[in-house]
Design a protein around this ligand. Structure first.
Ligand code: HEC
Length: 110
């Protein structure tokens, strides 16, 4: 008779145990994905300044005035060759469309 009550209790403990760990794994994944997004966007800071708040009159266009959508359009135009430039065409070609989207979402004006 005792085993009948014990079994659900053990199952419950196992369940709580595993959901706790999967919750932790999710949190770690979210951190890693945030870090990935920020490090992709950090490449741009060398020229455009942190978060696109460029150096005014530094010769580099400010990009924090663009919305994510506008930025993605420009990045894709650089990548396809539709828009010419000195640096950006080469740079944009180094990223997948998904990465450009991630960068634009990260840096675009909210
Ligand atoms: C080595 C310097 C350099 C780096 C790094 C750089 N850019 Fe640029 N960016 C430029 C220059 C210079 C231009 C002007 C166009 C050209 O000559 O290529 C420009 C133009 C742009 C424009 C167009 C702005 C407008 O007003 O239309 C966008 C958007 C942009 N960059 C986004 C980015 C993003 C996003 C990154 C990071 C993936 C990045 N840039 C990294 C130098 C840089």
């Amino acid at each position: 008779m005792r085993a009948k009550y014990l079994k659900p209790a053990i199952l419950a403990i196992l369940y709580i145990g595993s959901s706790h760990w999967s919750g932790l794994a999710l949190a770690q994944n979210a951190d890693a994905s945030n870090l990935y997004k920020r490090s992709l966007a950090a490449t741009c800071a060398n020229c455009h300044g942190t978060d696109g708040k460029g150096v005014i009159d530094g010769g580099m266009p400010l990009i924090n005035t663009l919305t994510s959508e506008q930025m993605l359009t420009q990045l894709k135009a650089f990548k396809s060759g539709a828009r010419e430039g000195t640096i950006m065409p080469q740079l944009a070609k180094g990223y997948s469309d998904e990465q450009l989207e991630t960068i634009a979402n990260q840096l675009g004006k909210k």
